[in-house]
Design a protein around this ligand. Structure first.
Ligand code: FES
Ligand SMILES: [Fe+2]
Length: 340
């Protein structure tokens, strides 16, 4: 593996050392595409050896590499045609034929991985291997998802004008269902939130093992209302898993939210659904989830401050225990981006 980029602060933040999703794997192709992670502009492209992420800034005169093209497994800058290999190395300067570019002419290239249908990037490597944020043993520092049903659909990206923690907290919040998702996930006649217990995993991530709710239309396949058991698990500072269990014999659905902190007050989201539903078409499942998030997005973008307050400053009720636990977890994790 070639060295990770150096375009981040000399003292890397915890976030810079963590892995973040930046694009659907299927969207990273031989056509270069821009993305933004923690304020760093990236160009994403696919080489013969896999997805590549580089700073979207040519080391020659700073042109956007995402306006360039891929030729012979190299990314060519649109301005003077310098070409860069998948490790960031400059392999050709057309104006100086026969010249072998030195390492100082390399583009800034970042580590990438492909997992869960997405491309993940980290901006800098941890000083001590194995200490990456939230490390739980696997390469992304995330709990495994191998136990989820094989049918997976990914919805997004959704670009949202709020912080990643606000978006994740909304995913964990049940008391908005009767208002934002009236007739779908909630019922105005039942706005109450039953008591639930928040527990924690051994590495400190909040979990609700059982949350019981009445839902008028809990899933795309639902013909009517149903009692639904939810299980919530925070997977990492900006990711969570929701498992829904309806009546015996009905479909079992699991949803993840993956949030990319594009900047402190903007995020890019994907929702992945893992389902045992074999009846509903992909379009029906997608339309349902897109309709749900279309209900969430205006409210999410209206929240002020856009950064999630993790040191007080917002009123809490007894229904907000999971939000409280999530904020404490962020604080204990040393998260600084998207919070205040
Ligand atoms: S700015 Fe990229 S080759 Fe000159
Ligand atoms: Fe919602």
């Amino acid at each position: 593996m070639t060295p990770a980029g150096t375009a981040v602060a000399a003292t890397p933040s915890r976030e810079a050392q963590a892995w973040w999703p930046v694009a659907l794997a299927a969207d990273v192709t031989r056509q270069p595409a821009p993305a933004t992670l923690l304020g760093q502009e990236l160009v994403l492209w696919r080489s013969e050896s896999g997805a590549v992420a580089m700073a979207d800034q040519c080391p020659h005169r700073g042109a956007r590499l995402s306006l360039g093209q891929v030729h012979n497994d190299t990314l060519q800058c649109p301005y003077h045609g310098w070409r860069f290999g998948s490790g960031g190395e400059c392999v050709s300067i057309p104006a100086v034929p026969g010249f072998t570019p030195p390492a100082s002419h390399s583009a800034c290239r970042y580590d990438t991985q492909e997992a869960h249908g997405l491309v993940w990037v980290r901006l800098t490597r941890p000083a001590t291997p194995g200490t990456s944020a939230g490390a739980t043993g696997n390469a992304l520092g995330l709990p495994g998802l191998d136990h989820l049903p094989a049918r997976r659909l990914i919805y997004g990206p959704f670009d949202v004008a709020t912080s990643a923690p606000r978006a994740v907290e909304n995913f964990l919040d049940t008391s908005h269902f009767a208002f934002v998702h009236q007739g779908w996930l909630g019922d105005a006649a039942h706005p109450e939130v039953p008591h639930y217990e928040v527990t924690h995993t051994a590495d400190g991530r909040p979990v609700i093992e059982d949350y019981r709710a009445w839902q008028p239309r809990a899933a795309a396949s639902a013909a009517g209302g149903d009692w639904v058991h939810y299980r919530y698990e925070v997977l990492s500072p900006y990711a969570a898993l929701l498992s829904k269990h309806g009546q015996a014999g009905g479909p079992q659905d699991h949803y993840t939210i993956w949030a990319c902190p594009s900047g402190p007050e903007h995020c890019r989201l994907w929702f992945a659904q893992y389902t045992t539903d074999t009846e509903s078409t992909d379009d029906a499942l997608r339309d349902f989830q897109i309709a749900i998030f279309a209900q969430d997005q205006p409210v999410l973008e209206s929240q002020r401050p856009r950064r999630l307050p993790i040191s007080g400053g917002e009123a809490m009720s007894a229904a907000d225990r999971l939000s409280v636990a999530y904020r404490r977890y962020l604080k204990a994790s040393g998260i600084t981006v998207g919070v205040c």
